[in-house]
Design a protein around this ligand. Structure first.
Ligand SMILES: *Cc1c(COP(=O)(O)O)cnc(C)c1O
Length: 448
């Protein structure tokens, strides 16, 4: 349940007016509610309590250090998919012993970094990767904890680009091959099979695909437990959030009415009878569920343009800031920061980027807006900033965290200098990042 609500006609996040935030920090602006993130985390942990749960937040959904710190302090672990994410988690004071490391293309360097850091488990996605991790473990004289990611071949009803548990996808090891892998495992002197994992996709709103996948893989998990002493079953992330009625979903009654939806409670209730008999620790890897509805993107209307067949509302945020509508055709609810009366309009909400796909909403019925008005794009906390780019040489937006009546900048707005950083010949900001360079790099820069 999120904490974005109108007080009178002004949209508030927790106890802070979003209009005040837009004035203070400028737009486009990502705004996150700390209370919402923690509420989602607590609900998930509470609902899975009987299963000795470890929640590993999927860092790729939103990797801002302040959010990682918030979750680390609450006891969260982290699900990583790159060396860069491990670096972020360590910077944020996260515990590597509560981290899993998934991904189909881990490099030797990333594997070594994760081994040195002492992560809880690698999530292995192919048989060749097993060899690579074993080799790295031999080099570092360590025993590498691994889990096999099983592709259960379950089709969850979600967008094709975020479906990961079907046979055609690149993820995991096909269920039919797992027993063969079990037979090969003893050959790897420096591996220890610590667990098993599945992750069937993202934005899944129905409990059944999870239950189907878990049910299909349980016999293999039991085998791993009995033969190799595996201690956990990681059932992945993927729980969906509200997009269409995102504002309304802040109300607990809204969730009660959506009986077909996989809330943490319903998810746990359905999976508990399947998982309890295993007697293993359960890991979940939620990304979107924790942060998706905990963030909005504030944007200001620059122009109205009423074309012959369509009306356009042109805003100062673009697809570089929030790519989901352009990439997945996804829906985001858009509401005014200050509600006013007047006849609704039907318009496309578009950004300034030179692409027709730079559109946040198509033929959307919305309250009348004029240049200068502020809009809030909902459900932008997950896969928002973390997928942002500088396309069209647009500095990435600032990010702000709200906790009760307090708000603070957790990432400053990028500058033009940020756009050219690292490119030879770029002018440096005074007191810029000179100190971060090795002498050799400085020499190369100075000498073109
Ligand atoms: C992306 C990802 C997640 C998180 O998915 P959500 O839909 O955001 O919960 C979890 N585990 C793995 C391996 C992932 O790649």
């Amino acid at each position: 349940m999120h904490r974005f609500r109108y007080q009178g006609d002004v949209l508030f996040v927790e106890e802070v007016s979003t209009a005040v935030l837009a004035e203070k920090y400028g737009t486009p602006l990502y705004v996150y509610s700390a209370g919402t993130v923690l509420d989602h985390y607590d609900r998930l942990v509470a609902s899975l309590r009987a299963l000795d749960p470890l929640v590993c937040y999927a860092v790729k959904a939103n990797s801002n250090l302040a959010l990682l710190r918030l979750l680390a302090a609450r006891g969260s672990g982290f699900d990583l998919v790159s060396g860069g994410e491990l670096y972020r988690v360590l910077q944020a004071g996260g515990d590597p012993a509560r981290c899993t490391f998934a991904g189909v293309g881990k490099t030797d360097r990333e594997i070594e970094e994760a081994l040195e850091a002492g992560i809880y488990s690698f999530i292995v996605e192919s048989r060749e990767e097993l060899s690579a991790i074993n080799r790295a473990a031999v080099r570092l004289r360590k025993k590498a904890p691994v889990a096999l990611r099983v592709n259960p071949d379950v089709g969850a009803r979600t967008h094709a680009k975020i479906k990961t548990g079907v046979a055609e996808s690149k993820f995991g090891i096909p269920a039919e091959e797992i027993e063969e892998v079990y037979r090969e495992l003893p050959r790897f002197s420096h591996l220890r099979l610590r667990g098993m994992q599945i992750h069937i996709g993202s934005q899944i709103r129905d409990v059944e695909p999870f239950a189907e996948a878990v049910g299909r893989v349980i016999p293999l998990v039991a085998m791993a437990r009995d033969r190799f002493g595996a201690e956990f079953f990681d059932i992945g992330g993927g729980l969906g959030i509200a997009y269409e009625e995102a504002l309304q979903s802040g109300d607990p009654g809204w969730w009660e009415s959506k009986t077909g939806w996989a809330t943490p409670a319903r998810y746990a209730q359905r999976l508990l009878p399947l998982l309890s008999p295993l007697g293993l620790r359960t890991i979940v890897e939620p990304g979107r569920l924790l942060v998706g509805n905990a963030g909005i993107l504030l944007t200001r209307v620059l122009y109205r343009k009423d074309g012959p067949s369509r009306k356009f509302v042109i805003v100062d945020a673009g697809m570089n800031d929030l790519i989901r509508p352009a990439l997945y055709g996804s829906f985001h609810q858009i509401v005014p920061v200050i509600r006013r009366g007047g006849d609704p309009i039907e318009a496309d909400v578009v950004g300034p980027v030179c692409e027709s796909g730079d559109r946040f909403a198509e033929s959307r019925r919305m309250p009348p807006v004029t240049a200068g008005d502020l809009l809030a794009i909902f459900s932008a906390g997950a896969y928002g900033f973390s997928m942002a780019s500088q396309y069209n040489s647009r500095p990435r937006p600032a990010e702000v965290l709200v906790e009760g009546a307090k708000h603070r900048l957790i990432r400053r707005r990028e500058s033009y200098e940020d756009l050219v950083r690292g490119e030879p010949g770029a002018e440096e900001e005074p007191g810029g990042p000179q100190g971060e360079r090795t002498p050799k790099e400085s020499h190369e820069l100075a000498n073109g």
